[in-house]
Design a protein around this ligand. Structure first.
Ligand SMILES: [Zn+2]
Length: 172
């Protein structure tokens, strides 16, 4: 990792790796996210091309730094806790997609993901009944991994699985 990343992240360990937009361009900007709730460093760092540096919703930064590297646009280094990453997934795509709001489940992520899984499964079955293949089909398998990991209390794997679902969600 280049030293600017270590410096901006407050030398924290990486909490998760995400691809928040599928874009073939190389990044020219390293966006520094808002400060962590506790301690030093930014909550996240995002590599963005010139187009997405202007037009990416949901990732408001504290500052942009020129990036001469060749990272793919849309790569996000997330330094937040697993719980905070899960909340970010809910805010950005899971709740808009499924209507399931974690606030209604008091932070019980296993229950949140069980309910989200039921909603997605019902949609896939509806599509199948109409003779169509649902693009949600691929997400179901990964959501199942997330759901099981949450049930055994492994929120790191849960967040990583939702990271993959997040990328799939961009194709819907
Ligand atoms: Zn881009």
């Amino acid at each position: 990792m280049p030293s600017i990343v270590q410096e901006l992240s407050g030398h924290r360990d990486l909490g998760g790796l995400r691809r928040v937009v599928e874009c073939p361009a190389k990044a020219t900007v390293l966006r520094e996210g808002p400060a962590q709730d506790s301690g030093p460093g930014a909550a996240w760092l995002a590599y963005l091309c010139p187009v997405h540096a202007v037009g990416l919703d949901g990732w408001p930064g504290a500052a942009n730094h020129p990036d001469p590297g060749a990272m793919p646009c849309g790569t996000v280094l997330d330094y937040r806790s697993s719980e905070q990453q899960l909340q970010s997934h809910a805010d950005l795509w899971l709740t808009p997609l499924t209507g399931v709001d974690p606030a209604a489940y008091g932070g019980a992520w296993a229950d949140v993901l069980d309910q989200a899984d039921r909603v997605l499964l019902a949609r896939v079955e509806e599509a199948a009944a109409a003779g169509e293949d649902s693009p949600l089909q691929n997400m179901l398998a990964v959501m199942d991994v997330a759901r099981r990991a949450a049930a055994r209390g492994d929120l790191g794997v849960t967040a990583a699985s939702l990271g993959y679902c997040e990328t799939l969600a961009q194709r819907l």
